[in-house]
Design a protein around this ligand. Structure first.
Ligand code: ADP
Ligand code: GLC
Length: 477
C-alpha cells in the first residue's frame, strides 16, 4: 500500500501545533503496518534547508502565478516531495501567517497549489511511484480530492481527509472559483459552498472517499451543532465514511528514560530529579502542593482564561504553576501579571521552546488541559508518559485518553488523571481541589502515576486503524 500524505506542517521540519507531530509520526508508524507513506510538503525555507538529495520529478511553468518544480528526497529521515514554488512558499514568516501575525493574503492559492500538485502526483505518479491513496490533512488539503476527481485520478486513487481542527475552514470568496480550478457544479451546499463562500474544508469533507478526525469522541461531537461549527450536517451526511481515530505520540521523542532534554527517569520514584531541576530552573519556592504545568497555544480553544480565573484555588492550596505558551496578547498579559504577583509560585515563559516543553512536562506533578474543545490533544499524552497527571476537560480526545479518578477507578488502581466539565471554571476549581487532595495521599498518587506511565500512548493501534482505512479507501484491492 502506497500513500501520499499532503501536509502543511510536519515535525521536526516546521510546526505550529499537533498536526505537525501527527504528519511527522505517521510515516514511521505506518511503515510497521506495511504502508509506504511519502509526504508532500510546501517548500518553506526550513523545508529547503533540511532537504537532502532533491531530484526534480515534476515542473510547472505557471502554478497559480509562478514557476514551480517538485523535488523528491529526504528530510529529517522522512521520504518527502517538496513543492518548490518560491512565489508561494519561500518567505520569512510562519506557514500560514506573515511575521506581523496576519494570515498570508494568498493562503487559498498557496494550498490550492499544494493540493493541485498532490492530485497530479497521485494521478500520473512521479519517477515510477504512484500512490494508492491520497491522505490530506485539514483545510489545507481540502481541495486535493476535488482536483483528483477533476484530473481523473479518483478512478484509481482513493482519498482520505483527516480533520485535526474544524475551527479553520479555509474559506475564500466565491468569485475565486475559476482561478482556483474548481468545478462550478461543486458550488452548492452538498459540495464546497459554505455560507456563500468556498470552503476548502467543506470540499475535503464532500469529495474525499473517507473522512476521519483525531479521536472518537471529537468525531461524535463534530456531528452536533454545538461543536460542528457549521459542518455537522455535511459530516452526518457522510455516514459510515466518517470516523474517529485517536492520535498517538512518538514514544521515542517522548521517552522519560532517554529524553536528552531532561534529568531522565524510569519510574515515579526517580522522577524527583526532573522535578528538582524544574524547581531550580524556574526559581520555585519549596512548597507542599503539586506543581501544575501548561504547554499550549494561548487561544480561546484551550480554555486558559478559565485557568486564570481558577488560579487562586491552586495557590491557596499550596500548588504552583509553570506555563509555557504564546498566542492571544490578553492571555499572555494575564499570565505575566499572575507571575509578577506570585513570584516563586507562578512562572510564565511566553514563546515557543521545544526542549523547555520537555523539561516542564517531565518535572511537573500535573499537566492542565482545560480546553473548550480538543480534537485530540497531545500534551496530556506526554503527561501520561512522564507520570505527570493530566487534569483535563471532558471534551474530545481528552475524554478518550484519560481515565478519571472516581471511587471505582481508585479502588481498581486504574485512574490516570482527573476530568472536569469543559468550559466551566467552577468545575476546574473542583478539579484543582481534587488534585491537591489526592496529591497529599502518597499511596494513591503514586499508583496513579504508575497507571499513567503504563497507559499505551504510542501509535501502534491507531496506525493499524489508518492502514485499515486506506485499504477501504483504495480503488484497487
Ligand atoms: P494544538 O495542535 O491544538 O496546538 P496539541 O496538543 O495537539 O494541540 O499539540 C500541541 C503541540 O505543540 C504539542 O506538541 C505541544 O507540546 C506543542 N507546543 C504548544 N505550545 C508550545 C510551546 N510554547 N513551546 C513548545 N511546544 C509547544
Ligand atoms: C489540532 C487539535 C489537537 C490535535 C492536533 C493533532 O491542532 O487542536 O487537539 O491533537 O490537531 O491532530
Amino acid at each position: 500500500m502506497k500513500v501520499l500524505s499532503v501536509a502543511s506542517e510536519c515535525a521536526p521540519l516546521i510546526k505550529t501545533g499537533g498536526l505537525a507531530d501527527v504528519a511527522g509520526a505517521l510515516p514511521g508508524a505506518l511503515a510497521r503496518q506495511g504502508v509506504e507513506m511519502r509526504t508532500l510538503l510546501p517548500g518553506y525555507p526550513a523545508v529547503h534547508d533540511a532537504l537532502e538529495g532533491g531530484t526534480q520529478v515534476m515542473t510547472d511553468s505557471n502554478l497559480f502565478g509562478g514557476p514551480a518544480q517538485v523535488l523528491h528526497g529526504t528530510a529529517a529521515g522522512l521520504d518527502v516531495y517538496v513543492l518548490d514554488a518560491a512565489h508561494l512558499f519561500y518567505r520569512e514568516g510562519g506557514p500560514y501567517a506573515a511575521p506581523d501575525g496576519f494570515d498570508w493574503w494568498d493562503n487559498a492559492d498557496r494550498f490550492a497549489a499544494l493540493d493541485w500538485v498532490a492530485a497530479q502526483l497521485c494521478t500520473y505518479g512521479a519517477a515510477g511511484w504512484k500512490p494508492d491513496v491520497l491522505q490530506a490533512h485539514d483545510w489545507q488539503g481540502g481541495f486535493a480530492a476535488v482536483y483528483l476527481q477533476r484530473l481523473g485520478g479518483a478512478q484509481s486513487v482513493g482519498s482520505v481527509l483527516t480533520i485535526h481542527n474544524i475551527a479553520f475552514t479555509g474559506s475564500v470568496g466565491a468569485d475565486r472559483l475559476g482561478w482556483l480550478r474548481l468545478p462550478a457544479e461543486g458550488y452548492n451546499p452538498g459540495g464546497f459552498e459554505f455560507f456563500g463562500r468556498i470552503s476548502a474544508l467543506k470540499a475535503g469533507i464532500a469529495y474525499s472517499d473517507k473522512v476521519n478526525t483525531v479521536s472518537p469522541t471529537y468525531g461524535q461531537e463534530l456531528m452536533t451543532p454545538e461543536f460542528g461549527m457549521g459542518f455537522d450536517g455535511a459530516l452526518r451526511a457522510r455516514g459510515a465514511d466518517f470516523s474517529g481515530i485517536l492520535n498517538g505520540i512518538d514514544t521515542d521523542v517522548w521517552d522519560p528514560a532517554t529524553d536528552p532534554a531532561i534529568e531522565t527517569f524510569k519510574s515515579p520514584r526517580t522522577k524527583t530529579r526532573a522535578r528538582a531541576a524544574l524547581v531550580a530552573e524556574f526559581g520555585l519556592l519549596p512548597d507542599q502542593g503539586p506543581i501544575c504545568v501548561v504547554v499550549s497555544r494561548l487561544t480561546e480553544q484551550k480554555g486558559l482564561d478559565l485557568l486564570l480565573d481558577a488560579l487562586p484555588e491552586l495557590l491557596d492550596r499550596g500548588g504552583q504553576l509553570v506555563l509555557l505558551g504564546s498566542g492571544d496578547p490578553a492571555l499572555e498579559q494575564g499570565y505575566l501579571a499572575a507571575a509578577a504577583a506570585n513570584p516563586g509560585r507562578v512562572a510564565v515563559r511566553i514563546g515557543y521552546d521545544e526542549p523547555m516543553s520537555h523539561r516542564i512536562i517531565a518535572g511537573g506533578d500535573a499537566i492542565l488541559v482545560p480546553s473548550r474543545f480538543e480534537p485530540c490533544g497531545l500534551t496530556q499524552l506526554y503527561g501520561l508518559r512522564y507520570g505527570t497527571i493530566p487534569v483535563v476537560a471532558t471534551t474530545g480526545g481528552l475524554v478518550d485518553t484519560v481515565i478519571p479518578l472516581t471511587v471505582a477507578t481508585r479502588l481498581a488502581g486504574a485512574a490516570t488523571g482527573i476530568q472536569f466539565r469543559s468550559g466551566n471554571s467552577d468545575a476546574l476549581r473542583g478539579a484543582i481541589a481534587q488534585l491537591c487532595t489526592v496529591y497529599s495521599e502518597p499511596e494513591v498518587w503514586t499508583r496513579m502515576q504508575q497507571a499513567a506511565m503504563k497507559h499505551p500512548v504510542g501509535w501502534d493501534v491507531s496506525a493499524a486503524a489508518y492502514a485499515a482505512l486506506y485499504a477501504e479507501a483504495a480503488k484497487t484491492p
